[in-house]
Design a protein around this ligand. Structure first.
Ligand code: SAH
Length: 350
């Protein structure tokens, strides 16, 4: 059975799959054949070089599942595709495929819902139902590639859920997706975003993965950050930024900071100056970049996005104060492309 802690073939490495099939009376070489079909998202009936009995075993034991497309929205503006995927147990998650000059990027989910409680985020409103397995995170890429007939070259873990609240599955996913036996996506083409789970930042630093870490900062001081991100009560701004600079010391990898601009909350001229001051203190020990993102409206939340001119001004103030900052290009704005909103609609209706 697929699911939390159960046998799930897409969560296995090729050598684990070999071992598993041999234990179940199959020949070792079948693992590679099966694995290659699974990476294409093929149904067992269509796996032409696989014995029928093996396909039947996989189906009977529910060992392999590719998400079903429940809804698919395509942006008329920029071709961004957003999927609402149905998992084996009926849970809905979202993935978004964006097209850039350098290839296709997918934004994947890592949990059904989220328990981090960020006030501006749609994914967390109904809490967390369950974690996704490593295979279920991987299967989003497989399903999207199959549907669109493309090869995805970049992955961002910025969909529904907090990767560091599902650390072991996230790490297993990262090892699977970068494996030459698997989809073989280079670590340099993968970003993991966290709201600031500090103990796992230290843990990740030790894994030597070469991926990019993104931090959802969104505020420059503890009172503002705690008011919009409860995680800040456990690990405050100073502990978070110290962890980031330690992460850089260990890995040598530059960290990206996400800063969502919310009108009247964190977007004033003074906020830009204060943010620069705070970051400059840490820039002595780590290079960094700030992505400014005007907040997306979420129906249940009354946060409004900062206007375009004020956002540009905010960016200029950061730049003038020596902090590297750019405004994130918004893709898929006509299809609610920021994650959590479709799942939210679905949970409300059911
Ligand atoms: N839990 C992880 C990853 C998922 S959220 C994290 O917090 O980083 C991905 C990014 O989208 C985060 O930076 C998050 O703060 C941001 N985000 C969430 N809701 C948003 C909204 N309504 N508008 C803009 N960005 C939002």
């Amino acid at each position: 059975m697929i699911g939390d802690g159960m046998t799930d073939l897409l969560s296995m490495t090729l050598s684990e799959l070999e071992e598993y099939l041999v234990l179940n009376g199959e020949k070792k070489f079948r693992a590679k054949q099966l694995y290659q079909w699974m990476l294409k998202g093929e149904k067992t009936e269509n796996m032409t070089n696989i014995p029928k009995s093996l396909g039947e075993f996989v189906n009977k034991e529910n060992l392999y599942y590719i998400p079903e497309i429940e809804r698919k929205l395509v942006s008329k503006i920029d071709g961004t595709v957003k999927y609402l995927f149905k998992m084996y147990d009926g849970q809905m998650i979202e993935s978004v495929v964006m097209s850039y000059e350098h290839g296709y990027t997918i934004c994947v989910s890592c949990q059904c819902g989220c328990r981090m409680g960020c006030k501006f985020c749609a994914s967390t409103i109904a809490g967390k139902v369950r974690d996704l397995s490593a295979g279920e995170i991987l299967s989003q890429i497989i399903a999207a590639q199959k549907d669109l007939g493309i090869r995805i070259s970049n992955v961002v873990m910025m969909g529904i859920g907090e990767p560091f609240d599902n650390y072991d599955n996230t790490l297993r996913f990262l090892r699977l997706v970068t494996s030459p036996d698997g989809l073989n996506i280079g670590a340099r083409h993968i970003s993991v975003s966290t709201c600031g789970v500090v103990d796992k930042i230290y843990k990740l630093a030790e894994e030597n993965l070469g991926i990019t870490l993104s931090i959802s900062l969104h505020a420059y001081d503890d009172s503002v950050r705690s008011s919009i991100m409860p995680v800040n009560n456990k690990w405050n701004v100073d502990r978070l930024l110290t962890a980031c600079s330690d992460y850089f010391k260990t890995t040598g990898r530059r960290i990206s900071f996400e800063y969502t601009l919310i009108a009247g909350v964190n977007d004033s001229e003074e906020a830009a100056v204060s943010l620069s001051r705070v970051l400059k203190k840490y820039m002595k020990t780590m290079p960094l970049h700030v992505n400014l993102i005007p907040v997306n409206n979420v129906e249940e939340r009354d946060f409004r996005a900062t206007g375009k001119n004020a956002a540009i001004k905010f960016m200029q103030t950061l730049n003038q104060n020596g902090v590297n900052a750019t405004i994130r290009r918004k893709l898929g704005s006509d299809i609610n492309a920021s994650c959590g909103q479709l799942r939210r609609e679905e949970t409300k209706n059911s």
